[in-house]
Design a protein around this ligand. Structure first.
Ligand SMILES: [Zn+2]
Ligand SMILES: [Zn+2]
Length: 303
């Protein structure tokens, strides 16, 4: 029994993919982030590799119903538009180097999670050149503020969009922007959290109407696949398996994983379950921890 249990544990540890989406204290919205403690946690978990993908946010949000959580570092301008504090590139890279020296058994990558990179090409190019990130995630976090209009420079955080539009329309607008981002020439490999609005899906809106949203998800996934982007399975909330089936059907070639941890204890959450689901949909691990899982010869799993 003991041996069988050890084998099972060994198999689970062997299944752990790299955590390719982690924030530390250098992200403006991670007041409890701690790069060194996160690396120590990775060693304790047996995680082979992790990437610190700090926020590069350049789109200011109008703060409407929901204030920014306490401890976040940012400021509002005279028009009430909030922007998180800029990444301190030099300090981030210096701490990253120290962690790489302190944890030689751990693969630690530099990275960025860039919000709406296709809206800010010049600034993005500058920061990417300064950081030389090994993992670049692109994410949509902003939607046009219905009251102000994007043409007026008005955006809200996606979660606040649910106060402005019917729930289905929030997800549709979000996925349309994801499609535009994937189709653009923005310099990124990984599409972050395609299911992001579902984190904020209002209870009062009932269950998510997947039939109504299927075409929008498929369009975004097809755009990502056509541009050879890699789909991230973000484990902050479990990704509905049907999205992976659609990714496979869209011709998506590769998948990576990320916990989106904003504090050390969140590192690696849900990765074992996510890896099992991705495996069941016909994607197989690479030889090294940071290699994306690529589609194998089999079918894409149940729909
Ligand atoms: Zn994000
Ligand atoms: Zn993130």
């Amino acid at each position: 029994m003991v041996n069988r249990h050890s084998d099972q544990v060994a198999n689970v540890v062997a299944m752990l993919p790299a955590d390719g989406h982690v924030h530390s204290q250098f992200s403006w919205d991670a007041p409890h982030g701690d790069m060194h403690a996160t690396c120590a946690r990775a060693m304790a978990l047996g995680l082979p590799a992790l990437a610190f993908t700090e926020h590069l946010d350049l789109t200011p949000w109008t703060l409407r119903a929901h204030p920014v959580p306490p401890g976040c570092r940012g400021r509002a301008d005279a028009r009430g538009r909030y922007l998180g504090e800029a990444l301190d590139v030099a300090a981030h890279l210096e701490r990253l180097l120290r962690c790489q020296q302190a944890f030689p058994g751990l693969v630690i990558w530099s990275g960025l999670e860039i919000s709406e990179p296709h809206w800010h090409p010049r600034e993005v190019a500058e920061v990417v050149a300064a950081v030389s990130p090994q993992r670049v995630i692109a994410s949509v976090h902003a939607l046009a503020d219905v009251h102000l209009g994007a043409a007026d420079g008005g955006y809200v955080e996606v979660g606040d969009g649910f106060d402005q539009r019917p729930a289905v329309e929030v997800v549709r607008a979000y996925l349309a922007e994801v499609t535009a981002m994937c189709t653009s020439r923005a310099p990124f490999d990984v599409l972050g959290h395609i299911d992001y609005p579902l984190r904020y899906w209002p209870k009062g809106a009932g269950p998510v109407p997947w039939e109504e949203l299927a075409d929008d998800f498929r369009a975004a996934l097809e755009a990502a696949a056509a541009a050879e982007r890699v789909l991230e399975v973000n484990t902050r909330v479990p990704l509905p398996p049907r999205v992976l089936s659609w990714w496979h059907q869209a011709g998506g070639q590769a998948v990576v994983f990320g916990s989106d941890a904003h504090r050390p204890l969140e590192l690696g959450r849900g990765l074992v379950e996510a890896a099992a689901m991705v495996s069941a949909h016909g994607f197989v691990p690479g030889q090294r921890p940071f290699e994306p899982w690529r589609r194998g010869p089999g079918r894409g799993g149940a729909r």
